[in-house]
Design a protein around this ligand. Sequence first.
Ligand code: IPD
Ligand code: CA
Ligand code: CA
Ligand code: CA
Length: 260
Amino acid sequence: MTDHIQARDKTIKKWIHDIGQVIIKEKDSYLEVEQKTAANDLVTNMDKWVEKELVERIRTAYSKDRILGEEGFGDSVKNMEGTVWLLDPIDGTLNFVLQNENFALMLAIYEEGIPVQSYIYNVTTNELYAAIKDGGVTCNGQPVEIPANRCLNEGLLATNSSIMTKDKYDGIRKIARKSLGLRLVGSAGLETIEVAKGSIVAYIATNLKPWDIAPGILFMKELGLKATQFDNEPVDLMKNNNIIFAVPKAHKEIMDLIHE
Ligand code: IPD
Ligand code: CA
Ligand code: CA
Ligand code: CA
């Protein structure tokens, strides 16, 4: 790990823990909830506060870097040149509002398009997953082992509700039928972690945004797992995208099923 990544890793972990403590302290208080594009597309004062807080800290400590954040407090980022931070202040806002758990704070850093650091923080369980380029994956500082390379019929599959409700991607049924069962957590970040831990063999999702996908790419890479678009190409982060994060055997089966 280079010195600048090591120093930045320490700084980011402190920021995430500071901000996480505020979320925990405030999460049961009154929430201002607004609709964005639909009744199930929400933003709260907490999503906005977390993003603003991160943007302010990044701008102070790393003023040359660019920031792409879901709630719009960063920059207008149209390419991955230079150092780009991708922020999802609360991934799983519907869960945050309706369940008070099952949400994550996510952050990823890319240097000239290459993922170098990724963080997914499960706030209510206080588990901070980090992936560092060539440094592996850890959870609260402890190494995460490479998960078993299993087939669909040996594991669980996760997906997102966009596939079931909006995109009507019928292929999901035949893929799901090959697996032992289908799961929907409602947080792309937490589902990414499930793949990394080996508790599901694949996460297949449509219409994800750059900040939903960005951290997962390095998690998959560091563990020798797959992160691709449905056409098996590397994930283009500059558009809403359909992706598969999976162990290699399940990924190959999903590819064969999508393209048969
Ligand atoms: C959403 C969650 C959800 C996924 C959606 C995302 P948000 O993120 O990750 O699981 O299905 O596509 O937009 O809006 O709660 O940060
Ligand atoms: Ca959102
Ligand atoms: Ca998200
Ligand atoms: Ca979000």
